[in-house]
Design a protein around this ligand. Structure first.
Ligand code: HPA
Length: 293
């Protein structure tokens, strides 16, 4: 069990964390990046970095998952300053969703207006193959529909409104830019668009669950991102997110063709695809930074 603090991530606590970080670095990025499972090497592409371990940041939890390092990296990706979370926090680690998403609010308080979130996910759509990048067009917040969400509890209007809309959670212009980038990189056959959901985990899904997820219109399933995107939209950050499809969910019992998801496979595929994902993110950062100049 990870060490649990009973700290409540109020505006003041998030501000304290943001102030601490701003004293530790002169970077004032407008773009925050969250690196998914096995995609932490994205952050290794940054130059002139200031690196701060989560364990050295006041009130920060630590990431307990293999494949997630656990540090904030400030630096340049291309010519743009960014901050990247190398390792994120998951519900299945024992952290509530407000805690999992707290770093997004900290990013906002250091000046980020944009969030790029990446994740590893299982593919439900028949047209997907292992190694594809799925641009997130939308999500179905299964945990939220059952009353578990990052915004549950008192609302602090300094972050955002009590009832934030989610109809345009993922920025349409950024999705358009991402498709253009895929074309220019000659990877358009490997770049799809779809609807993601976050399940509580840490177990992978049963066949019946995967069939249900597909039936309700989902293209990919993972264990992150949705609550981070909601938290970002609540505080008016623009969001771009994508899933790396690390396994195809098998919808038949005893299906020898379909592979059962396992963490090693997820990490292996992510490692194989990390350089393409890193280039894709670098190009996205460039496009976003040009659009917000
Ligand atoms: N299910 C849930 N989370 C995942 C999967 C999956 O198949 N693959 C990677 N993360």
């Amino acid at each position: 069990m990870p060490e649990q603090t009973n700290i409540c991530y109020t505006y003041e606590v998030c501000k304290q964390i943001a102030d601490f970080l701003m004293q530790r670095t002169e970077f004032r990025p407008k773009i925050g990046i969250i690196c998914g499972s096995g995609l932490g090497s994205l952050a290794d592409q940054l130059t002139e970095t200031d690196i701060i371990d989560y364990k050295d940041i006041p009130h920060f939890p630590v990431s307990t998952v293999e494949g997630h390092v656990g540090r904030l990296v400030f630096g340049y990706l291309g010519d743009t300053s960014v901050v990247a979370m190398q390792g994120r926090f998951h519900y299945y680690e024992g952290y509530d969703l407000a805690k999992c998403s707290m770093p997004v609010r900290v990013m906002k308080l250091i000046g980020c207006t944009n969030l790029i979130a990446t994740n590893a996910a299982g593919g439900l759509n028949d047209k997907f193959k292992v190694g594809d990048i799925m641009i997130m067009r939308d999500h179905i917040n299964i945990m939220g529909l059952s009353g578990i969400g990052p915004l549950i509890g008192p609302n602090d209007a300094r972050f955002g409104p009590r009832f934030p809309p989610m109809a345009n959670a993922y920025d349409s212009q950024y999705i358009k830019a991402a498709k253009e980038i895929a074309k220019n990189m000659n990877i358009e056959d490997d770049v799809k668009e779809g609807v993601y959901t976050c399940v509580g985990g840490p177990n992978y899904e049963t066949v019946a669950e995967m069939r249900m997820l597909k039936m309700i219109g989902l293209d990919a399933v993972g264990m992150s991102t949705v609550h981070e995107a909601i938290t970002a939209r609540h505080c008016d950050m623009k969001v771009f997110a994508f899933s790396l499809i690390t396994n195809i969910c098998s919808l038949e019992y005893d299906d020898n063709e379909g592979e059962n998801a396992n963490h090693e496979e997820v990490i292996t595929v992510a490692k194989d695809r990390q350089s393409v994902c890193a280039k894709f993110v670098t190009n996205m950062v460039k496009a976003i930074s040009e659009s917000i100049k």
